[in-house]
Ligand binder design. Structure first.
Ligand SMILES: [Zn+2]
Length: 241
């Protein structure tokens, strides 16, 4: 009979924080001695993420009942420094997470890219926030864009858009390694906000360019409307003296 994640938890005792930390640091050292540089995720302080977008990422995960109760162990794992490597690419996260055994588990998370229609809606909404876009280009993630990104049609993925895999024996539902990586993504977003766009498959430069172009076009349209009105006023005066 296939065992669920919850069943396996009963069979295996949880590794201690000491074991996890020792194994994690050995893995990083070992990679270094082979000339490979791992990028561990480090959580300092009480909160996992400090920026609003990092925190929003965590809140987004926690508001889905599908993930509830599976996330808590992941937080503990992340805090213990078990995510020894985490790389974010377009729609793809690859990570190594230390567990009880010496070699880390491989976690692979895929997030479907934002579709064109949704992207256009977001671009249209952002067009009204030109100052914010400038900040975005400079690598900051302005709070004024929060409501646009966080809305139901925003940039945060739903569970249906997230798929994952782990090389551990109990990944079928969502293991603590996957959950630790999902939280680890928030820490990476704190360090580099533009990775958020990268993960959602959006070229941020292009995003800002198109938004600016649209805004300029709409501004020009407004100017034309105004000037044609003025002309017609003049014509009217000419007509009736
Ligand atoms: Zn796992």
């Amino acid at each position: 009979m296939a065992r669920t994640y919850y069943d396996t938890e009963q069979y295996f005792e949880q590794p201690s924080e000491y074991t996890l930390k020792t194994n994690a640091s050995a893995t990083v050292q070992k990679a270094r001695s082979k000339g490979k540089q791992l990028h561990p995720v480090t959580v300092t302080g009480r909160k996992i993420a400090k920026s609003w977008w990092g925190m929003a990422w965590c809140e987004n995960l926690e508001r889905y009942a599908d993930y509830e109760s599976r996330l808590e162990r992941g937080k503990r794992y992340l805090r213990s420094g078990t995510v020894v490597d985490l790389q974010i690419d377009k729609g793809h996260v690859q990570a190594k997470v230390q567990g009880r055994r010496k070699s880390p588990y491989k976690v692979d998370i895929r997030i479907s890219p934002v579709n064109e229609e949704k992207c256009e809606d977001i671009i249209a909404a952002c067009g009204k926030r030109i100052d914010s876009l400038d900040a975005l280009l400079k690598g900051r993630f302005p709070e004024e864009l929060k409501e646009i990104f966080l809305g139901a049609d925003g940039l945060f993925p739903t569970p249906r858009e997230i798929s994952f895999q782990c090389s551990c024996p109990d990944w079928a539902l969502m293991c603590k390694h996957v959950s630790a990586v999902l939280y680890g993504i928030a820490v990476r977003f704190d360090e580099d906000p533009l990775l958020f766009f990268e993960l959602r498959g959006i070229d941020v430069d292009h995003f800002v360019d198109v938004t600016l172009e649209n805004s300029v076009e709409s501004m020009l349209r407004n100017v034309n409307v105004k000037s044609s009105r003025i002309i017609s006023d003049r014509n009217w005066k000419k007509l009736f003296g």
